[in-house]
Design a protein around this ligand. Structure first.
Ligand code: ADP
Ligand code: MG
Length: 365
């Protein structure tokens, strides 16, 4: 199998009721890449995927697969396969026949179909389950049957629409590694849709962060985490302490920002000018106990011990400040006003903009 690249050129999608689910989008997914589209429910992820599979025609723009314009091609004419949450395996067929199903329509002999199915079942580590019915398998095994079935038609691009969301947490985490391994082994291009940042960060070569019909940032997980391009990306991926303020001064890639909790210095990658409204972002793991370059005073409200980590929450001027520390033994007494600080290079100012609703607590549902 061989992956192909997928390009969206100015793709926008307006549904017949007049609602624009995807605003003009340019995107290139490389051949053989594990690419995720990450965003909250309703932001347009499935709509974009359907434009690649051919179930939705773009209102404007075009999709290319392996450099070939897909306009006018039906889903069956495209070199893609789709997997979603509801697997729709055939309950009365054996696992082997489920995997071989798509090959029959292509006029492939029964023998060759079964050989192909067995080869794919070996790939997903189910070679010893071929004669069972899907109902005799666990949820994770059924998911792997669905993947084998989708791969049977040798797609260049596998489109996965939140395929793990019906599984329980432990299985979901296990399947991340499985999916990643299958993708690497086959070299097929994977476009994986999820609202779960953990899935996107652990599996993907690159991630597109999407909000309200727009892709706001494309990059590796590390890049999106360390250098979020928008307030939405900063608040949706990972946790952040966020303070609203106004830029006071700006020079050499840094800014002084005035907030309700005082003035701070932070990186200013987009060169926001003095006077601009801005948001200051500091990751909880960048916060320290004790004073420093940028100091806030807060009162401890909650302490969560998470094995190797301790998560502390402080109240500071009506705002909650989260501090994540590695659990390296006894903490100092944290009574009364506690000084908290962060380094300017660990903080970021970005233009004001929409924030993720309730972050990942909601997305994790
Ligand atoms: N057939 C449709 N007609 C009108 N609006 C739709 C249709 N399908 C989806 N939408 C709307 O488009 C937006 C994006 O939907 P979708 O692509 O399914 O989002 P996601 O997969 O990110 O949850 C949502 O507001 C949804 O209600
Ligand atoms: Mg969806």
């Amino acid at each position: 199998m061989r992956g192909k690249d997928v390009t969206l050129e100015g793709v926008s999608i307006t549904y017949p009721n007049g609602f624009t689910a995807v605003h003009p989008t340019d995107l290139t997914v490389e051949a053989g890449e594990f690419f995720s589209i990450l965003g909250p429910s309703g932001c347009g992820k499935t709509t974009i995927l359907r434009s690649v599979s051919g179930f939705v025609e773009p209102t404007a723009g075009r999709v290319l697969i392996g450099g070939e314009d897909q306009r006018g091609r039906t889903p069956n004419d495209r070199n893609t396969a789709l997997i979603f949450q509801n697997l729709a395996l055939f309950p009365l067929m054996s696992v082997r026949d489920n995997v071989a199903f798509g090959l029959e329509a292509r006029g492939i002999s029964r023998r060759a179909r079964h050989d192909k199915a067995d080869e794919l079942l070996a790939l997903v580590a189910l070679h010893d389950q071929a004669d069972k019915k899907p109902t005799e398998l666990s949820g994770g095994q059924r998911q792997r049957v669905a993947i084998a079935r989708a791969l049977a038609v040798e797609p260049a691009v596998l489109l996965l629409d939140e395929p793990l969301s019906a599984l329980d947490l432990k299985l979901r985490q296990h399947m991340r590694a499985e999916l990643r391994a299958i993708q690497k082994q086959t070299g097929v291009t994977f476009i994986y849709i999820t609202h779960d940042q953990g899935e996107a960060l652990t599996m993907s070569d690159r991630i597109a962060v999407m909000n309200e019909g727009r892709i706001e940032q494309v990059g590796t997980g590390d890049a999106v985490y360390a250098e979020p391009a928008t307030a939405f990306a900063a608040s949706f991926v990972g946790e952040s302490n966020i303070l609203a303020g106004r830029i006071d001064r700006s020079e050499d890639g840094y800014a002084a920002i005035e907030t309700a909790l005082g003035g701070f210095r932070a990186r200013n990658p987009q060169g926001l000018p003095a006077g601009a409204g801005a948001l200051l972002f500091v990751r909880p793991e960048a916060m320290r106990l004790g004073g420093g370059e940028n100091t806030v005073a807060g009162q401890l409200t909650r302490r969560d011990l998470e094995g190797p980590f301790v998560n502390l929450f402080f109240a500071a001027g009506g705002q909650e400040i989260a501090v994540h520390l590695t659990n390296s033994g006894a903490l100092p007494a944290l009574d009364g006003d506690v000084a908290l600080s962060f380094a300017a290079e660990d903080a970021l100012v970005l233009p004001e903009g929409a924030l993720a609703a309730t972050g990942q607590e909601m997305a994790a549902q």
